[in-house]
Design a protein. Structure first.
Length: 240
């Protein structure tokens, strides 16, 4: 691979209906950053790789969401966690999304587990806790979420950037060049609705109203813009 390139570590797949409509997580993520369309993008399915690329020459590394739990202890999860620790140490820009956010938290010494407040599903309000170049400085915005696990205890040195009603650690800066967001910047209204429809039976069992969740789902352009902002920060760092 010839730098600069953007690496996407694929740790899972969207629900089948969303994948049929829009492709995998790497496709969804790339679609949010049209300004980087001419940059080389490389997707690595870490579930299938026994030897992960070093990625130290990448412009940026993005870790996707997944239906797996980082607490599953699978060999590929441990391998990916080890690689992320090294990338953070070397200050290669890294962004973790949902599972990727949790994996960063656990890899760096935090604790991940089921959210005591329960599942977070649908379009929810995100509030800024601390000004940061990635998430902004003042007001919050809406985000699309689908998760049960959270980073329950932060690793040493991590800073909370934002929260939702059900997750006080919804956005975290894990290091000088490492961020994680519990929500899905790459999921728009249509994909969010497909997630809700796919999990409708489970949501009903847990006391949710899936129809209301579908009605309340919206596009989240400010959340989607975080991916492009992350890549701009990485490009600025490379230029320096």
């Amino acid at each position: 691979m010839t730098p600069p390139y953007i690496a996407v570590l694929v740790t899972g797949d969207p629900v089948p209906t969303a994948r049929a409509l829009r492709g995998g997580f790497a496709d969804l993520i790339r679609a949010t950053a049209p300004a980087f369309a001419d940059t080389a993008w490389h997707a690595f399915d870490v579930r299938e790789l026994e030897l992960l690329p070093e990625l130290t020459d990448a412009l940026a590394v993005i870790v996707t969401g997944s239906a797996f739990s980082v607490t599953d202890g699978l060999p590929w999860i441990e391998r990916t966690a080890a690689r992320l620790r090294e990338l953070v140490r070397l200050e290669v820009p890294v962004l973790g999304i949902c599972f990727g956010h949790q994996l960063l938290g656990q890899a760096l010494g935090g604790l991940v587990g089921p959210n005591p407040l329960g599942r977070e599903m649908g379009t929810v309000q995100f509030a800024i806790s601390k000004a940061d170049p990635l998430t902004g400085t003042s007001r919050g915005f809406v985000v699309n979420s689908t998760h049960v696990d959270v980073v329950a205890e932060l690793p040493a040195g991590a800073e909370v950037l934002g929260r939702t009603a059900l997750d006080p650690h919804a956005a975290v800066r894990f290091g000088p060049c490492a961020w994680g967001v519990q929500f899905h910047p790459e999921i728009d209204e249509a994909v969010m609705q497909l997630y809700i429809e796919t999990r409708a039976a489970l949501l009903l069992e847990e006391g949710f109203d899936p129809l209301a969740l579908v009605r309340n789902s919206v596009d989240t352009p400010e959340a989607a813009a975080l991916i492009g902002q992350f890549l701009r920060l990485a490009a600025e760092r490379r230029a320096r």
